[in-house]
Design a protein around this ligand. Structure first.
Ligand code: R2B
Ligand code: URA
Length: 294
């Protein structure tokens, strides 16, 4: 666990913070020299993230309305990610899959560093497929499992496999679960499988390709369930590993859109979909408001 800290922002890279080369966050479209990062982001306490740009705009607007705090314009100057700020909460989408998420996290960590934020909490609010839990369940992850079913995030650097731990903060998880109970939101805890794709990687039968049989799909889902996996998404190992490595408390709160034991297609009436999407938001917002008093 060398290089892992708890509490303060670690500055792991001696190259990016040089006086002669002022840092530019390419996928956010701004840098140290183009905007006043400490003035805009210096009071951040929470970075809430999830896949879809539209959902994160909506979450920021809902939060602003609920707390009577002004919602910023989209602060991103690139079309890769959106960034909204409502007081101490930054809302940034991360796209789909770990490569996209990893870019967003690295630039967010650098953003927090340049802003002088010492101890931000990162929370992923996402969607997922349930493994033996009813649709609409909010799974607060106890750990993240990769596509080879090991609790590590694998990075390949200079042609070498590097395995990093995927720990999440248990205090934060317990606090979130307590809020969920209080708010009557159906919450479960369990491991989350981080798949490398949506179709074959999650053993769906509705992809374009499928060279396995239906029984193998169910064998796999049952195996996952036995291992304590309660949902499947596509970012958890990277999210857990990066935040843990930087020493930031983090949690993954994903609503299940379907029970994969019952099917593969995600086909939910719009109203129902919006209500499901609201659940992680309601839970996380209540937690943040409880912690900050806003
Ligand atoms: C959940 O939903 C997306 C795929 O539909 C992916 O980003 C994920 O983790
Ligand atoms: N996201 C996923 O990755 N899988 C699902 O089944 C639903 C949402």
């Amino acid at each position: 666990m060398t290089g892992y800290v708890n509490g303060n922002v670690e500055k792991p890279n001696k190259y990016f913070d040089r006086k002669d080369k002022r840092d530019f966050l390419y996928h956010f479209g701004f840098g140290v020299d183009t905007i006043d990062i400490p003035a805009i982001f210096g009071d951040t306490k929470y970075v809430c993230t999830g896949g879809s740009p539209g959902r994160f705009k909506l979450y920021a607007e809902w939060f602003a309305k609920e707390t009577n705090i002004k919602c910023s314009e989209n602060l991103s100057r690139s079309d890769r990610f959106v960034i909204y700020k409502t007081g101490p909460v930054c809302w940034i989408n991360h796209g789909m899959g770990t490569p996209s998420l990893s870019i967003m996290l690295v630039e967010s960590f650098k953003l927090m560093h340049h802003a002088g934020v010492k101890n931000p909490t990162f929370i992923r609010l996402g969607t997922s497929g349930g493994v033996g839990v009813p649709p609409g369940t909010v799974v607060v992850s106890t750990g993240a499992v990769n596509s080879e079913l090991s609790e590590t995030y694998v990075q390949v650097i200079a042609g070498k496999r590097i395995e990093r731990p995927t720990q999440l903060d248990s205090t934060l998880r317990e606090a979130l679960c307590a809020v969920g109970k209080e708010k009557n939101i159906p919450v479960e805890t369990g491991k989350t499988l981080c798949a490398d794709d949506f179709y074959e990687g999650q053993m769906r039968l509705d992809g374009y390709f499928c060279d396995y049989e239906e029984e193998s799909k169910f064998d796999f889902l049952r195996k996952l369930n036995t291992l304590g996996v309660r949902n499947i998404e596509m970012e958890s190992t990277c999210f857990a590993s990066f935040t843990c490595r930087a020493g930031f408390a983090s949690a993954i709160v994903c609503v299940t859109l379907l029970n994969r034991m019952d099917g593969d297609q995600v086909q939910i009436p719009k109203e129902q979909y919006i209500e499901y999407e609201e659940r992680p938001f309601r839970l996380v917002t209540a937690y943040i408001r409880q912690q900050t008093g806003i």
